[in-house]
Design a protein around this ligand. Structure first.
Ligand SMILES: Cc1cc2nc3c(=O)[nH]c(=O)nc-3n(C[C@H](O)[C@H](O)[C@H](O)COP(=O)(O)OP(=O)(O)OC[C@H]3O[C@@H](n4cnc5c(N)ncnc54)[C@H](O)[C@@H]3O)c2cc1C
Ligand SMILES: NC(=O)c1ccc[n+]([C@@H]2O[C@H](COP(=O)([O-])OP(=O)(O)OC[C@H]3O[C@@H](n4cnc5c(N)ncnc54)[C@H](O)[C@@H]3O)[C@@H](O)[C@H]2O)c1
Length: 461
């Protein structure tokens, strides 16, 4: 067996593994990453980028349709082939030469193949044994979860991968699930011409503020809340039977009910850990004194931006520990991913979009906070009316009454995604409401909703 030694060995070259390796190299250590598929991971080829490319053109078309003057310039419907071509470009045609070249330029060694722990500080990849002087990082991500439904696997359902890389648009698409993937894919495929049925056992976006899920559900043609699929069959088409006896036929079936960690076959048993589980970590992403787990695989926040934030914290912590320096792992410290617990921003690119950060009202209450909720109708803001005719939306701020700071913020409406970062800064900065009155939104923008929410809350005499 060949041998090589690095300061840090990372298994998985998704966005998180790449960023973590870069961070430790910038800190003066040597690093290798091991990748079994494409450098860039799920996000680049089957998740964030291609799915948003599938959604963006129809969103621009909708925006033009809602504006007199622009509407009249529209001469046809959506060009599906052009959308799919743009999606292919954003997925780099499923080739990773560009990202592999970036690793090379960044001074990170790449080992292609399946990586497995081989005891303490050792990783085996296709006959090569890599030894890590300081740390091994598991950044192997997650895969689509398939439920135990009679006939499902034999019916060859799509997961998010097949949907993101689809080359044809099915006439009828059934979707099991009502979360983020189901909502975005239902929006994308409906706009591209499919007749979509969403079988949302627990409703649409059940983790979000209830008004968000309601508005997204209303935008889709056929959402069946409470529907439970009990069996699936396939001949030329897919046949589904629901618990209430309803039968349904579709040309393709997408399953989007969450994720399972890629930890089944990474050699966890060789270091006394149980395979197949999400990996528990401390605030610096440490599993034990030499093993780290960052990104989806630790289940803290299954989002690219949050995983990369963890990579920055953990990468810097590995460097600090290697140098014998103090690790700032207290809340909001340089080496702690504190925002994972209190301020995770997320945009669901449906139509309307849902943009949220921090806690929902229900989650804040469950956490024992004394809260006050302030809502405002986005249609009643001058900037929204200008943005599009018939603009509809809602904003909610959740205030921790004991500290008079915002702990949660949700916006639902067309094009609200770019408004989110102001809320993230307010939540992370724990900006007192009295000070927020001095952050004046420009007129006439949709951001004026901030002033309306403060007025709704009331000013201290
Ligand atoms: C349909 C969909 C859309 C999404 N859209 C968004 C979005 O818009 N915004 C957002 O922030 N997040 C989005 N996400 C979530 C985002 O894709 C993930 O949070 C992100 O990819 C996690 O990055 P990661 O590096 O932890 O894991 P991954 O991206 O999964 O990368 C892990 C890498 O490890 C490799 N690997 C696994 N096991 C091994 C092994 N044993 N040896 C070698 N290599 C291995 C894999 O091949 C992969 O390349 C979406 C997810 C889905 C499913
Ligand atoms: N724009 C974005 O930020 C974006 C887009 C897509 C995915 N993602 C990430 O990817 C992850 C996975 O997304 P997802 O939609 O697969 O998961 P999810 O956790 O968002 O939603 C899964 C849904 O499936 C339902 N469900 C669970 N088991 C079920 C079953 N047996 N039958 C029917 N329904 C069932 C749940 O109630 C839940 O609503 C998310 O955590 C999200 O963070 C992010």
């Amino acid at each position: 067996m060949e041998n090589a030694e690095y300061d840090v060995v990372v298994i998985g070259a998704g966005p998180v593994g790449e960023n973590l390796a870069d961070r430790v190299v910038q800190g003066g250590l040597t690093a290798a990453v091991v990748e079994r598929e494409l450098v860039g991971g799920e996000c680049s080829y089957w998740a964030c980028m291609p799915t948003k490319a599938l959604l963006r053109s129809s969103s621009a078309l909708r925006a033009a349709r809602n504006l007199p003057g622009a509407r009249e310039a529209i001469t046809g419907g959506i060009d599906v082939a052009a959308v799919l071509k743009r999606r292919d470009d954003f997925a780099a045609n499923w080739l990773d030469d560009g990202q592999a070249a970036w690793l090379d330029k960044a001074g990170i060694a790449l080992y292609r193949g399946h990586g497995r722990l081989h005891g303490e500080r050792e990783v085996e990849v296709d006959g090569t044994l890599l030894t890590a002087r300081h740390a091994v990082v598991i950044a192997t991500g997650s895969s689509a979860l398939l439920p135990d439904i009679e006939g499902l696997r034999a019916a060859r359902p799509w997961t998010s991968r097949e949907a993101a890389a689809a080359t044809t648009i099915p006439a009828r698409l059934a979707i099991i699930g009502g979360g983020v993937v189901a909502s975005e894919m239902a929006t994308a495929f409906e706009r591209l011409g499919s007749t979509v049925t969403v079988l949302a056992r627990d409703g649409v976006l059940p983790q979000a503020e209830p008004f968000a899920g309601h508005r997204v559900a209303r935008s889709l043609r056929d959402v069946r809340a409470g529907a439970e699929v009990v069996s699936v069959g396939r001949d030329d088409t897919v046949h589904l039977t629901l618990a209430d006896g309803t039968r349904l036929e579709a040309d393709e079936l997408l399953v989007a009910i969450g994720r399972t960690p890629n930890t089944m076959d990474v050699g966890l048993e060789s270091v006394g850990l149980e395979p197949g589980r999400w990996l528990s970590v401390d605030g610096t992403m440490r599993v034990n004194d030499w093993l780290y787990a960052a990104g989806d695989v630790n289940h803290r926040a299954l989002l690219t931006h949050q995983g990369k934030y963890q990579a920055r914290a953990a990468g810097d912590a590995i460097v600090a520990r290697a140098r014998g320096e103090v690790v700032a792992d207290g809340p909001w410290g340089r080496h702690a991913a504190t925002a994972d617990e209190r301020a995770v921003p997320q945009v669901v690119f449906t139509d309307p979009e849902v943009a949220s950060v921090g806690l929902t009202a229900a989650a804040a209450e469950a956490a024992g906070m004394r809260i006050r909720v302030v809502d405002h109708d986005l249609a009643a803001v001058a900037g929204s009316a200008l943005h599009a005719d018939g603009y509809e939306g809602q904003a909610r701020m959740v205030v921790d009454e004991d500290r008079r700071v915002i702990v949660g913020f949700t916006l639902v409406g067309p094009d609200v995604s770019e408004l989110l970062h102001a809320a993230t800064i307010a939540v992370v900065g724990e900006v007192p409401l009295d000070r927020l009155w001095h952050a004046v939104p420009a007129f006439p923008t949709v951001s004026e909703v901030w002033l309306r929410l403060l007025e709704g809350y009331g000013r201290r005499p």
